[in-house]
Design a protein around this ligand. Structure first.
Ligand SMILES: O=C(O)CCC(=O)C(=O)O
Length: 277
């Protein structure tokens, strides 16, 4: 039997772990309804700009997501992994339309200028909820185990600039869309939870089906209160949006990062340095 301790160790060593059915069928139906509404409201330019990702709609756009951000079963999972006081920064509705290309290989972390980013304990984790069952056919997640702590050839294929070109799939033959040695597919059931270290190299297969494939990605900071001040200063910018109801605000306020000091914010840098070997 795989225990929570095993999963906690897997998150540190391989960079990810999986939890079955963290969303109830009712919650899955509600998340799907709100996500579909938000996606249907996007214009053609949005999908053109986000061709590789599929869509990128911020969860702060709709106060419903307060319930998902503060979803107790997910917080219980983090607790069971050993992270009793996580904070939340932001998240996105990412949806691959029918017959859309693969997502480019990338990692999500921006704090590479600080030495703590080269240590095993995760500074930021993604919590991904897929809203439909996924497979290689409809664009499941794929990842490179251990790449959060160890350099992989894919790190050096990702261009520093031209992110807009990557999003628009200006060159579909670029190596960032292809399969690479050591990649692992992560097919899941709708409502399962994938937790991953934001430094992990990941991407998604093309969606070759006639149906939309949506994931909600939420970023939590399992050890926020132990992070260097510059990181905390930067993350503490996240506030309850003004257009949210008081009730929605109350749900996420205890999870928002608090920092009272006056350290300068760490400079944003998405590219790992030479210390990643
Ligand atoms: O679309 C997916 O399956 C993955 C999304 C992703 O890479 C991300 O949220 O960082």
């Amino acid at each position: 039997m795989v225990t929570e301790a095993d999963k906690s160790a897997q998150l540190i060593e391989k960079g990810y772990c999986l939890f079955d059915q963290v969303l109830t069928p009712e919650m899955l139906a509600r998340v799907t309804e709100v996500s579909d509404r938000l996606l249907d409201a996007q214009d053609a330019a949005h999908f053109e700009q986000q061709k590789s990702t599929g869509s990128l709609v911020c969860v702060y756009d709709d106060p419903f997501f307060a319930e998902l951000i503060a979803w107790q079963p997910a917080l219980d999972v983090l607790h069971a992994l050993g992270y009793g006081r996580p904070t939340f920064s932001t998240g996105f509705v990412i949806s691959k339309p029918p017959h859309s290309p693969p997502l480019f290989w990338h990692q999500d972390w921006w704090g590479w200028n600080d030495p703590v980013s080269y240590h095993p304990v995760p500074q930021q984790t993604f919590l991904m909820y897929y809203l439909v069952d996924t497979s290689i056919k409809n664009g499941c997640l794929r990842l490179i185990e251990g790449s959060h702590l160890k350099r992989h050839p894919v790190h050096d294929m990702i261009p520093d600039a031209h992110t807009d070109d990557l999003r628009r799939v200006a060159d579909p033959d670029h190596p960032v869309y292809q399969s690479h040695e050591g990649e692992v597919d992560i097919p899941v059931k709708a409502g399962d939870l994938v937790i991953g270290d934001s430094r992990l190299l990941h991407s998604a297969h093309a969606n070759k089906t006639d149906n939309r494939r949506t994931v909600i990605t939420l970023w939590y900071h399992p050890c926020f209160y132990e992070l260097p001040e510059g990181m905390r200063a930067r993350l503490a910018q996240h506030k309850v949006p003004e257009h949210w109801s008081e009730e929605a605000g109350k749900l996420i306020t205890p999870l928002l990062p608090q920092y009272e000091g006056d350290a300068p914010e760490l400079v944003w840098n998405r590219t790992p340095g030479d210390a990643l070997v």
